[in-house]
Design a binder for this molecule. Sequence first.
Ligand code: ADP
Length: 606
Amino acid sequence: MKKRLVYVALMAAAWLLGIMASWTAFGRQIDSFAYDFVFRLHQPKPWPAQSMILALDQATLKSLGGVRGMRQALAMGLEKVAAAHPKAVAVDVILAEPADEAGDAALEAAFRKTPNLVLPCDLLPDEKGWDDPLPRFRKLAVAVGQVHAGLDSLDAISRELPLELAAGKDRRWALALEAFRASDGSQILESPDDLDVGGTIIPARLTSAGRLLRIRYRPLDSPISRISVKQLMDKPGLAAQFTGKVVFAGLTDQTAVRDRWMTPYSNGSIMPGVEIHASAFETIAEKMFLVSAPEWSVLLFAMALTAGAGLTFAYLSGWAANVAAASLVIAAHLVPYAAFTERIVFPYLPGTLAVWLAIVAAASWRHFVVRGQLGKSESERLRYQHAMHFVTHEMRTPLTAIQGSSELIGRYAMTDEKRKQMAALIVTESKRLGSMIETFLSVERLSAGEIQLKEESFTAAEVMQTCLSRALPLAERKQIAIDSAELPNERIRGDRELIEYAFFNILTNAVKYSPAGTRIELSGRRVKDRVSVSVRDQGIGMNQREMRRVFEKFYRTTRAQQSGEAGSGIGLSIVEQIVEQHGGSILVESEPGKGSCFTLLLPVER
Ligand code: ADP
């Protein structure tokens, strides 16, 4: 029972450790790594993009005077795009500071023609406010959206984007979300669990980190189309591609942009910020949402796996256990993948770690317990062997005497007196042999429950008195005094012979295991509906461990063996069985070198 509890506790610990480890930074990093892996493994089927990128690439900037000519370039591009009637245009170029007047004026003019214009804002460095577009631009836009990166704090990979972000009390929606709303012409309705934009429900729970949207990047081989301003200038016909699209305009020149982010696909390569915003937009527009599995399901899954591992090693063995354990491990690895294909992000680490820990713990537990049991049965076997040696040795003595005497009688003529002496010896020795065999057999029969108990009524005092008179000669020989002050007159019902055997056994043990000159005290009293009879000696005693074992068959303490008095180690095991079959119990108190006290508790006759 206790072992079972420890085992369950061990499994619970494996579970808890798995869960807690997954909460550490290291654990989160591994989970993100697994997320990226599955992300690459299970890329979505390409879908017709609803967005396009108007790129300010290296060639554009080069032909239009570098970064300083950027607003001019943007203005030229947007003029062409506006003429093609896009659905909306989101600009990912921060316009908080005035630049050269010619450029700004051109940009203002282009913005004026642009339908559903969304402009960007960024957090001020101290996060106290927003770096908003200049008023001359701001007033031409239908909305301003923030372009915060939302990079993973551990590995700077862009997996999630904050849909809303507050600087102080001033809260802004993400550029991608504003672009979606602008293209849709609807409102953003908020609830704690999601956002509703014109019927599109975005599952983004409000947490302490804001509302996060997992970006479902398009498959690697089918990115969002990009047309650069330079290309547009060179081939104005290309502008038709922007018709009906939501356009994201921004820098893609890898040398000029600081906002280039890594994505789960990256493998070191990077994506310009504008494309990441466009990807977030696509995620919303296509409703390709990746939602987190609820925390309770993660805990429950890990718990089921640990329980499975625990049961596996408790009830199965050999290859069956190995197969079951392997399937659990496979399940732990497969479930996050299967969940991902259903657009549910199921963390990888809690389950896998918990199941591994549980398997290791359960397997080693079994290893040690099984080995412990083997060791135990081995020592039992050894003890049995000892006992067998002992028994044969004990039997050999009377047998040799009987053999020798009968041979002498048969071979030599001898006086009558001598013959009688020999015959008497043979009789006593064979009686001894007989009783010895009887004892060994009765142990087996008693433990098998084959002995029929007689039903007699007698007092505890009678039994104690009888045993006392039989033990006195032994005690006297060892100069041990026996005190028997008051003996209880309560009646006991049962097999008198067996009860006598039991009491005599603990009494002779007291004599055997006490040195000369000590005292033994017999006492008895009634305790509720029981009578308690004790034998207290001042002998060699026992320690805790020995006390627990003295009722085992053939067990003898080393102390007793050294005293040279130890017998077969069977007596007490019979005593215990006799007492138990009478509905009683037996107690031992003892201290090495101080003495022992054996107490029999037997039910009083009603
Ligand atoms: P044995 O024939 O060896 O006495 P028992 O079953 O009667 O067999 O006792 C088992 C062991 O318990 C003894 O060998 C001895 O080590 C220990 N023992 C029993 N009674 C006492 C006692 N009164 N004092 C110390 N040790 C005892």
